[in-house]
Design a protein. Sequence first.
Lengths: 458, 640
Amino acid sequence: MNHDTIAAISTAMSSGGIGIIRISGEESFSITEQIFHSKNPEKRISDQPSYTVHYGNIYDGDELLDEVIVLLMKGPHSYTTEDTVEIDCHGGLFVLRRILETVIKNGARLAEPGEFTKRAFLGGRIDLSQAEAVMDLIQAENQSALECSVSQLKGSVSEKIKDFRNQILYETAFLESALDDPEHISLNGYADRLSGILKKLMIEITALLNTFDNGRIVREGIKTVILGKPNAGKSSLLNVLLGEERAIVTDIAGTTRDVLEEQLYLNGLNLNLFDTAGIRKTRDVVEQIGVEKAKERAQAADLILYVADSSRNLDESDEEILDLLKDKKAIVLLNKSDLASVVTEDMIRKKTEHPVISISVKEGYGLKELEEKIQELFFQGNISFREDLMITNIRHKNALEEAEKSLHMVWNSIEAGMPEDFYTIDLMDAYTSLGTILGEEAGEDLIQEIFGKFCMGK
Amino acid sequence: MNSKSVYKDKCQAAVVGAGHAGCEAALACARLGLKTIVFTVSIDSIALMPCNPNIGGTSKGHLVREIDALGGEMGKNIDRTFIQSKMLNVSKGPAVHSLRAQADKAEYSRSMRMVLENTENLSIVQAEVTDILTDGQKIVGLKTYSGAVYEAEAVILCTGTYLKARCIYGDVSSNTGPNGLQAANYLTDSLKALGIEMYRFKTGTPARIDKRSIDFSKMEEQFGDEKVIPFSFTTDPEDIQKEQASCWLTYTNEKTHEIIRGNLDRSPLYSGIIEGTGPRYCPSIEDKVVKFADKNRHQVFIEPEGLYTNEMYVGGMSSSLPEDVQHAMYSSVAGLEHVKIVRNAYAIEYDCIDPRQLLPTLEFRNISGLFSGGQFNGSSGYEEAAAQGLLAGINASMKILGKEQIILDRSQAYIGVLIDDLVTKENHEPYRMMTSRAEYRLLLRQDNADLRLTAIGYKAGLISEERYQSLLEKKEQIKKEIERVEHVNIGTGERVQELLKNAESTPLTSGTTLAELIRRPELNYELLAPLDTDRPELARGVAEQVNINIKYDGYIKRQLKQVEQFKKMEKKSIPKDFSYDNVPSLRTEARQKLERYRPLSIGQASRISGVSPADISVLLVYLEQQKRRRSVECAELKRE
C-alpha cells in the first residue's frame, strides 16, 4: 500500500474557531516534531507514547501560527491503522489552512478525497460490511472535491493554466520530435530558447502563487496593528479611517480589554484594525501588560501602521517600535505634520527601510497615499490585483508549486549542461501537475501534439 | 460428413505469415523445442521489407537490441546484411542513442530464410491460411486454401498487411498485398466468425527509382559511421567493419508542392476511395504539403535498396497520387529531373484487429491458444512486428510447455511499453514505437538491453548457458568498477589540471573523486583514463555502462524510485473472472471500459482511458473486501 504521509483539515470548513488537522502515515510523528514546539523544549514528539496529548505551539519556521493541542496515536491503533497525529487548533479557518500548508511543506501530501477512510479500510480497521459505504464515500467526496475545485477555479485562472500547459506541451513535443527524427529536426541553440521560456513561465507561476496569499487576505482580512507612543494620534487615525468609510464598520469585541479590533473595507481591501496601548517605558503594572500585548500583536500582524508624532523628538520608545517593524510589512505615518515638525521624513528614513508618509489626521491629508501604499504592499509584483486572477484553493496551490518545482529541475538540467532528452521528463511532470488543477490527465496529449504540430519524416 | 479426402498434418505451433513477426515467432517456437510450421503465401518473400530499406532508428533500434537480448534473430540478421550503419542522436543523452542500419533487402530476406530453413523442428509451408479451427473455446488447428487441415495446439497470427489487402494509387486499385503479392482474402471472415473485432488500417510507401537516372551532384551525400556498432550483443564488432554504401539527401520545393496541390482532387485519400486510417507519423507527401502548408520544402532521402540492384528508395515522399502526377512530382525534385520510376508509390489498406482483445501475453482473451503479433495487431514497422512475434512465440511455447508466460512491463523494456500500449490504449492508427512513449526511458536504453532482458531470455530457454554466464560476468565487472571509481581520489596535481584544461573543464581547487569528474558534462570515463592508473582492462560494453551509470546517477535513481511506485500497482492483480457489475460505486463509464478490456492488474486498469483515480480507489477497496471475505470463509471452513 502507499505509505506516504497524508494530511487534511478533518473538521467542517466553517468559520468556527476550532478545527482539527489530521496527519496519517509513517512520517506523521516526525513531521509534527518539526513544526510543533512544546512548552518543554526537551520533549520530542517521536519519543512520546501512543494516546498522549501535548500542549504547545505550531510554527512555520520562525513564525508562530497557533497555540494547539496535539494528540498522538501510533499504528495500528488509530483510525487509519497508521501512525496518526491530530492537531487541535483554535485560530480559525485561516490559521487552520496555514497549519495544513506548513504540514505539507514539511513532507506530507494533501489527502485525496476519502483517503483516510480508504486507508482505514485497507488497513483492516473498518468492518467488511461497511465496504460499500466506503466506496460510495470515495466517489462522493471525489465528486464534491472536483466540483469545489472547479467552482473555485476562476475563468481567467483556468485560461492562464491552460496557456502554461500549452506552452509546456508545445516545447516538449518539439523536443520529442527532434529526438525522434534527428535528421529532420535540429536542436541547435534550443537550450537557450527553452531557458527563456522557462524563466517566463516560472515568473508567471510564482506570481499566480503569490495571489494565494492575496486570496487569503481578501477572505480573511489584513491583520493591521497600529503602533505608536501614547498620544501620537493612533486612535484618531483609527477614527478617521473608520469615519471615512462609513459603510460596513463592525465592532468585534476584543479578546483583551486594551486591544480594540475594528474591520475596515478600503478599496476592496479588508483591514482588521487593532489599536494598541501606547508604547513607552512605564512602571505601571497594568499599563505594562498593555504594552506587552501590543508587542505580541505586532509580532502576529500582517501590517503595522506606526504612527510617529512629528512634533516631538524621537526617543528610545520610537527606537523600540522601529525594532518591532523589522521583517514586517509596515508603513511609518508621520502625524501632526500640520504642526511645526521637529521630526522629518528623512530622519525616519535613515532609521528604517519602510515607506514613510506624512499625514495629518486632523486635516485629513496623506490618507489617500496611505491607501495606495497598502495596496502596493499587498498586491505587489506584475500581477494587478484582480479578484478573478487569483488562486484560493490549496489543491491548486500545491499543483502550481509542484509544477514550478519541475520547471526548476528542467532549468537545473540546462544549467548543468545535460543533453536535451533530460528536459522532457520534468517538463511532462510540470504538465501533469498543472493538469490536476483543470482535472485533466496527460494521456496521449504529447503524442497528439507531436503529430499535430511537427512534420515527421519518412 | 461425406467430404472428399483432404491432406492432414499435425504440429504443435502454427505460425501464419513469415514476415518479421512470423519469423521471430516461428524461430522462438522451434528453438524452444516445439514442432512448428510457418505458413506463407510466398516462400520467396520471407522477411520481406516492403517499405523502407532499413532496420532500427530512434526507439526502433532499442526494440532490435531487446529482441536480440531475449534471443531473437533480427539483430543478428541485420548485422549480417547491412550496407550502411549509423548511431543516431549521439550528441544527446544515452537514452535516445539509436542504431539504424541500411539493409540489403534481398540479402536480408535470403539470410533470414536460410536461418528458418536450417532451424530444427521448423518447417515452411507455402499456402494461404483461410480458417482458424477451434472447439469453441480453444484452438485445434487451421485450414488452408486447398482444404488441408493442420492440427495445432497454438496458432500465432502474423498476417501483416495481407488480410484483404488493397493497393491504391490515383483511381487504380488492385486487391493484392505489398509488391503485388497475393493477398489473404478469406481469413478475415473466419476470424469474424470467431467473434474477433476487426479494424481497417492504411499505410503507404514511396516510389522506387532507377539509380542511373539520378543526378547525385545536386544532393548531399550521407555516410555511415566510421566505426560500426553491431545490433546484436553476440556480434563481434571487428567482424562487421566494411565499406559502406551512401545515402543521399535532397529536398522538395515550391514547384513540387504546386504539382501536389494542383492534383489533390485526384488523390484517393481526398476523394474518399481510401477508407483505412493512416499513420500520422508517416504521412504521405500530399499530407505533409496540406498539413504543413507553411513549410516550403521537405527533406527527401534517397536510399539504396541493396548492393546488387539499381533500385533506390525515395524516403519522405510516399504517395497515393496517380501515376502521371507521381512522375511530375518526383521529377520536380533537385537531382531527380530525369528520374525513371521502377515501382510506383502506393497506399495499402488491410484488415487488422483491435488489439485490446488480447492479453498482455498476446493471446486472445476469448480463444485459448490463439496468439497474434505484428501489423495484424495494429502496429507498424518491422521492428515492432518482430518484437511482438518473438513474445507471441515465446508465450505460445510456454503455454504448450506448461511454463510461466512472459509479460514485460513498462519499466523493463520498450517491448513492454509497446505491448501494454497496444492491449490497453485506444488506438486509431498503426502504432509506432517512440522514445516519448516510454516513461522510464533513462533506464530502457539500447546499451543495456542485455542487462535488462538476457536473464529473461535465458529462463525462457532462448539464450545459451555460455551467453548467460558471460552476462553475469559483465554485470559483476560493472558493479565492481563503479564501486572502484567512486573511491578513486583525484588530487590537484599538475597532470590533473593539464588534462582538465585540455578538455575545457574548470580546474580543481581541492581534491575530489574520479566519479565526480566523470559527472561533469564535458568529461567521461574514457577521457579520464590517464588519471586512473589502476584501471583494469575492461570490455567496451562494461566501460560504457560504468560511464553512463556514474554520469547520470541522480536521474537514474529518480527514475528507479518512480518505477518502485509503478511496480506496486502492477503487482496488484485483478482476478480473471472478476465481475465489475458487483462494484456498485464504479462510475458507469469506468465499469463499461473495465468490463470490456478486462485488465490483469490495477496498474493496467489505471491506464485505461475513462477510468479515474477515484475508480481505482474503489476497485482497491473492493478487492480488499473480497480478499477478507475469502479469508473469513476460510477460517469458518476450518472451524467446521
